[in-house]
Design a protein around this ligand. Structure first.
Ligand code: HEM
Length: 410
């Protein structure tokens, strides 16, 4: 395919504020877009169909971050190593391929089925109600700090069997660990994430040791049985999986709730429709996931030369799948920039596709549904303090750092 000239810089400020016009331009001029970097070609893919095809093609593998970090660490010996970080992410599903991936994923999948997650609804509702009790009508409240961030931490703590008393620290650890997916990362970033990986691991070792003595019904206790009685995973894998489940569900779910609330308040007609027809909440959450996706970019590496619509992606090339762009592809969604909570067709991509499809998608959906439903029903009038809104400076995840809103009751 003839490459036309288009300016695309995912690290620019304009991209961080509103990537959608940039995605449209890229998709229409250069849907399979190449940026040559020092050693490997980077491709940016924006069409829904292409993203879905690549995610389901075994000739594209996930990023081998643990090994890349090992190589980086050996270059930087004087500045310390990243051993704790590497050990932590070594068994994370995101960076594994079959058969290692299949074995570990199969140990977890049943706990995250739709039926299992449905059983958590009452507990999640109690947590949301308690968090919303702190919202004072007429006084601005940062909905990220008071609802979107603590909710996934408290839910994960409940599911896994981790005491929730350390909620603030756990939220912070989860969010710092998840930065391994961000880019670019400085040496200081890696050192901080490595330090947090150590502290988190030491804490989890204590939790596991307590639960070994007094087992519960929680997920960690179930994993301990798989480890100790059935020998189906190693101690390192046990700790890594707990750390992974805790961290990855944090900022992603937080962004679903924050982006969702912001989108609804910015579209008063849609908000009103949802308030008048609460049964639309499931469809609304699917549309919010499409409209402003919490995860914007997935990475893959080509392990063979692959032809995609006339363009050859070469073995070793890095492929960036722009989920946010695919979710606004006009070839798939009529009037894609319009938020429409009654939209018939939902996107299948906000949680990825193929063997790495999000393990926690149902858990995230249910948290999003309960948080947004309860907020908009309990407080009929909601406004955003637009001047005080702050976005996170990340390109892989899209969300708010601070989102002050004011709620009013009749
Ligand atoms: C709105 C919230 C969420 C979004 C948008 C989201 C999105 C995603 C996406 C796009 C992937 C695919 C990664 C890839 O293919 O490279 C993924 C994978 C994954 N997600 Fe989520 N996620 C969310 C919440 C959660 C939660 C709550 C959990 C668990 C507690 C979770 C656990 C995982 C795991 C373990 C994987 C890796 C699966 C594998 O590689 O087999 N996610 N997620």
């Amino acid at each position: 395919m003839q490459q036309q000239s288009v300016e695309f810089n995912p690290f620019s400020q304009a991209f961080q504020i509103d990537p959608y016009p940039i995605y449209h331009q890229l998709r229409s001029i250069s849907p399979i877009h190449r940026i040559q970097s020092f050693s490997v070609d980077q491709w940016y893919i924006t069409r829904y169909q292409d993203v879905q095809t690549i995610l389901n093609d075994p000739r594209f593998t996930v990023d081998d971050l643990p090994h890349r970090l090992e190589a980086k660490a050996s270059h930087l010996k004087q500045q310390g190593d990243f051993n704790h970080l590497i050990q932590t992410i070594h068994h994370w599903l995101f960076f594994l391929e079959p058969p290692h991936h299949t074995r570990l994923r199969s140990l977890l999948s049943r706990s995250f089925s739709a039926a299992k997650v449905e059983q958590l609804r009452p507990q999640i509702q109690v947590i949301v109600d308690r968090l919303l009790d702190h919202f004072t009508p007429g006084t601005p409240v940062d909905v990220m700090a008071q609802l979107a961030a603590p909710l996934p931490t408290l839910v994960s703590a409940e599911l896994l069997g981790i005491p929730s008393s350390k909620q603030a620290t756990l939220t912070q650890w989860g969010s710092i660990l998840f930065r391994v997916f961000n880019r670019p990362l400085s040496l200081q970033d890696y050192q901080l994430i490595n330090q947090v990986a150590l502290e988190f691991k030491e804490y989890l070792q204590e939790v596991v040791s307590t639960l070994r003595k007094s087992p519960q019904t929680s997920l960690i206790s179930q994993l301990i049985v798989l480890r100790d009685e059935e020998n189906r995973l190693s101690e390192d894998e046990l700790l890594a999986l707990i750390g992974m489940l805790f961290s990855v569900g944090q900022e992603t779910t937080e962004n679903l709730i924050g982006n969702g609330i912001f989108a609804l308040i910015s579209h008063p007609q849609q908000l009103q429709t949802l308030q008048q027809h609460p049964a639309l909440i499931q469809s609304a959450v699917e549309e919010l996931l499409r409209y402003d996706s919490p995860v914007q970019i997935l990475s893959r590496t080509a392990i063979a030369d692959v032809e995609l619509d006339g363009t050859t992606l070469r073995r070793g090339d890095k492929i960036n799948l722009l989920l946010g762009a695919a979710n606004r592809d006009p070839a798939r969604f009529p009037v894609p920039d319009q938020l429409d909570i009654r939209r018939g067709e939902h996107s299948k991509l906000p949680f990825g596709s193929g063997i790495h499809y999000c393990l926690g998608s149902e858990l995230a959906r249910v948290q999003g549904q309960i948080a947004i439903h309860t907020l908009v029903q309990r407080f009929p009038k909601l406004t955003v303090e637009v001047d005080r809104v702050e976005r996170r400076k990340t390109i892989v995840l899209r969300g708010f750092k601070v989102l002050p809103i004011t709620v009013t009751v009749p």
